[in-house]
Design a binder for this molecule. Structure first.
Ligand code: 5GP
Ligand code: MN
Length: 344
């Protein structure tokens, strides 16, 4: 929760119409889009002038979200976005806690701004740029935090179907459809309330998960065939080269969720997916673990990344082959095979 002092100060700040920018992290996921759009639908009801500004394009499978078409894309339209940011009185940053997460280009713009920043986020090790901070790794999603934030402001009566739909989306995507460990009884109570507020929950699951293209399923097939096992480290990994992505007409979002298959193997507690991006000259990596193995630390220590204990990401400037070599060498030196966790 935010402190009472912070909430009171924010209430006062928001008591008169303000110009507000809301920013998700680069490559926004369901939680980043859900939390920013959910907050947008809340603040617009309060007569503020609100813009959601995403660092880059959001994936197509989220395009149905209420008023997603109003989201401005910094990378596509830097002049207009910079103007909005310059005019803003308040800047909310949601689902990230370090300005570099918006990418170099937009980060340079944000760092020049002397504005009131508000952070709502559930990742570890927040940076110190926000005047108002709601940072707590105990929540499974930023969307759930936005729900509590609106309650703390005493404005829960304003939670309408659009807000509920956005918040529900982020809770579902960040909790792996209510299965990850941070899914609490409170999460389920929040969701129950959101359904009472009009969320068409079954329809949202369809929109999120049942809209694959044939290409995407073929790419998934290739990814699963590429999966390699390192049973001595209870580890699996998948690679996808740029060439393979091209073969299957890769579109943004197509690789979403593929990493999780590596954890569905019996007896495995760590998995990674390495996805080549020739244009950016790097390999983007996602890590997932089950139990005590801390992938946030692993990503931070070795792959310029971060995230949560069981879900994190990072990158490598090396070739795919070199990256995999490095990955296995790190496992050999760090991941104990005498791990006492018994997975069933
Ligand atoms: P994903 O693997 O789904 O892209 O990300 C998993 C989690 O790790 C997310 O919570 C995301 O915010 C975080 N994450 C992904 N990539 C990076 C990165 O490059 N740096 C940091 N600090 N966090 C990341
Ligand atoms: Mn999140």
């Amino acid at each position: 929760m935010m402190t009472t002092n912070e909430i009171e100060a924010l209430k006062e700040l928001l008591a008169s119409p303000k110009k507000i920018a809301i920013i998700p992290h680069r490559n926004p996921d369901g939680d980043a889009m859900g939390s920013t759009l959910g907050l947008y639908h809340f603040l617009t009801q309060k007569k503020h002038d609100v813009s959601v500004i995403s660092p880059n394009e959001f994936p197509n499978f989220l395009a149905w979200m209420p008023e997603a078409e109003k989201v401005m894309i910094f990378e596509k339209n830097p002049e207009n976005c910079t103007e909005k940011l310059n005019q803003a009185d308040i800047i909310f940053t949601l689902d990230f806690n370090a300005l570099h997460r918006v990418g170099d280009f937009m980060q340079a713009t944000l760092e020049k701004l002397e504005k009131t920043f508000v952070m709502i986020d559930h990742h570890q090790s927040p940076d110190n740029y926000s005047k108002f901070t709601f940072s707590d790794t105990g929540y499974g999603s930023t969307c759930e935090m936005v729900y509590h934030f609106i309650h703390q402001l005493g404005e829960e009566n304003l939670i309408n179907k659009n807000i509920a739909t956005c918040i529900y989306t982020g809770i579902v995507t960040d909790s792996g459809s209510f299965r990850f460990p941070l899914t609490t009884s409170t999460t389920h109570r929040v969701v129950a309330d959101l359904i009472d507020k009009g969320v068409e929950n079954s329809k949202i699951h369809n929109l999120l998960f049942d809209t694959s293209s044939y290409n995407r399923l073929q790419l998934l097939g290739r990814a699963l065939q590429n999966m390699k096992l390192l049973p001595e480290y209870k580890t699996s990994y998948i690679t996808l080269s740029q060439e393979e992505l091209d073969t299957f007409g890769y579109a943004k979002g197509d690789t979403e969720g593929i990493v999780n298959y590596g954890l569905s193997l019996k007896g495995f507690d760590f998995t990674a997916i390495f996805i080549e991006n020739k244009e950016e000259g790097l390999i983007k990596i996602s890590f997932r673990s089950q139990g005590a193995f801390d992938v946030n630390q692993f990503a931070r220590n070795h792959f310029s990344g971060g995230g949560h204990i069981n879900a994190a990401g990072g990158k490598s400037d090396l070739s795919m082959e070199e990256t995999i070599k490095q990955f296995i060498a790190i496992l050999a030196s760090e991941k104990k095979t005498t791990d006492e966790t018994v997975l069933t």
